[in-house]
Design a protein around this ligand. Structure first.
Ligand SMILES: NC(=O)c1ccc[n+]([C@@H]2O[C@H](COP(=O)([O-])OP(=O)(O)OC[C@H]3O[C@@H](n4cnc5c(N)ncnc54)[C@H](O)[C@@H]3O)[C@@H](O)[C@H]2O)c1
Length: 387
């Protein structure tokens, strides 16, 4: 048995490494030739991923070979696709990367092969678009090949342990596909659960993100109310939380490729179906979280007004620009958006982040500033304003 993993990114490479570590031969396909070269020579292109170094050193170029050409994976029996799905400017899913990956797989697909999608997608994608791309590309019909969906549920930095411990679900577009996909994944995923179909598996992953987004929005709203009422939110939260109440932590909003993206899959689909009332809470929560930077901008400005200087001369330091502490990733980072918002208003803003160099910060169009050099420091992760 040989398994191909299409897309060797932060999600795909740890999965490919775990499959190789279970004794299965893996061919990784990734358009990035440099990355393929590194993997083949046993070097880990994602050093911040715990435990990945060791697996790539052990299997890179041996049990795990990487290639930029789909044809290099032509004699595999299973194809696992895990490339990004982003939103376009109107928050609709942009399927171009996914389509090109499946057209690539379609060219090399043979009778009896199984294809599993892992990228988070709007429910229904695997049984419609993916099936269509594969059938068109291969000339085969479903039944001659098998198709399933199993969402990646890793957390960057802890992917290997997540794959080995966290429950993972899998569902086929038909019964036989589900059965075969479950059998395949059981070889390398210990905590695996077969669900009714691919659409259910897709929905499971999307609603997990929605739950987080809505609850973070609730925490943000309650935080603002607590401040208004002169209540210590954190003290109240600690005593309010128990088995049936889990109030999340407030923040500057929600960033990254996952949580702020997935609610849109459902919001846009309900809009297409003119079921506007079905996704109202999801939409409001998205807005509430994205607008938290306005709240924090006001708080920063109020703090600046306490400094004995004209407002435009007060030196502000925004500390922490990544979307999450400890992860060098700025996609949809609200911390970065906050810094840009304050700079646009003409304030003297600099940023500091221990994961970035001053040069990297400059490339983002912002100034570097050490906290000690500032009059007002806002710590985006601690939500603390200091002078
Ligand atoms: N990173 C996470 O924490 C995480 C968590 C859960 C789910 N996911 C899912 O994984 C998906 C991928 O995320 P990621 O973090 O691995 O992305 P990434 O940007 O780190 O990696 C994507 C990789 O795909 C490659 N690629 C792009 N187009 C390709 C193509 N046509 N053929 C072959 N390779 C191609 C890129 O070169 C890159 O190496 C996400 O869209 C999400 O659905 C990610």
């Amino acid at each position: 048995m040989r398994v191909a993993v299409i897309g060797l990114g932060k999600a795909g490479l740890p999965l490919a490494a775990v499959i190789a570590d279970s004794g299965i031969e893996v061919i990784g396909v990734d358009l990035d030739e440099e990355k393929c070269g590194m993997i083949n020579s046993g070097k880990n292109p994602i050093p911040e991923e715990t435990g990945l170094d060791e697996l790539i050193r052990k299997h890179g170029g041996r049990k795990l070979k990487a290639t930029p050409d789909y044809e290099g994976a032509a004699d595999c029996d299973a194809y696992i696709v895990i490339v990004p799905l982003l939103l376009d400017d109107l928050k609709n899913p942009d399927f171009r990367i996914l389509e090109s990956a499946f057209r690539g797989v379609g060219r090399i697909l043979k009778k009896g092969d199984i294809v599993v999608l892992e990228t988070t997608v709007p429910p229904g994608t695997t049984e419609t678009l993916v099936r269509e791309w594969l059938e068109e590309g291969s000339g085969l019909k479903l039944g001659e090949f098998y198709l399933a969906y199993s969402p990646e549920r890793i957390m960057t930095g802890y992917s290997i342990s997540r794959l080995r411990e966290f429950p993972k679900v899998i569902g086929g577009v038909d019964e036989e596909s589900g059965r075969r996909a479950y059998k395949l994944y059981s070889k390398f995923i210990p905590n695996l659960h077969l669900v009714s179909n691919a659409r259910t598996a897709e929905f499971i992953k999307v609603i997990e993100g929605c739950y987080r987004d809505v609850n973070i929005a609730l925490a943000n709203e309650l935080f603002k109310i607590a401040e208004e009422l002169g209540v210590d939110f954190y003290e109240a939260r600690e005593k309010a939380n128990h088995e049936y109440c889990h109030i999340h932590l407030p923040s500057t909003g929600v960033g990254g490729h996952c949580i702020p993206v997935y609610p849109w899959f459902l919001i846009r689909e309900m809009e297409r179906r003119e079921k506007y009332d079905h996704a109202r809470l999801l939409r409001v929560s998205r807005e509430l979280n994205d607008e938290m930077i306005n709240y924090w901008a006001e708080r920063v400005v109020l703090e600046c007004m306490k400094v004995n200087k004209p407002l435009s001369e007060v030196k502000i330091c925004i500390k922490g620009i990544t979307f999450r502490k400890g992860v060098k990733e700025i996609y949809h980072s609200r911390n970065l958006a906050l810094a840009k918002l304050l700079a646009e208003k003409g304030l003297d803003v600099g940023v500091y982040d221990e994961m970035f160099t001053p040069e990297e910060v400059k490339e983002l169009g912002l100034e570097w500033r050490e906290p000690e050099e500032a009059d007002v420091v806002f710590d985006c992760f601690e939500l603390r304003l200091d002078k």
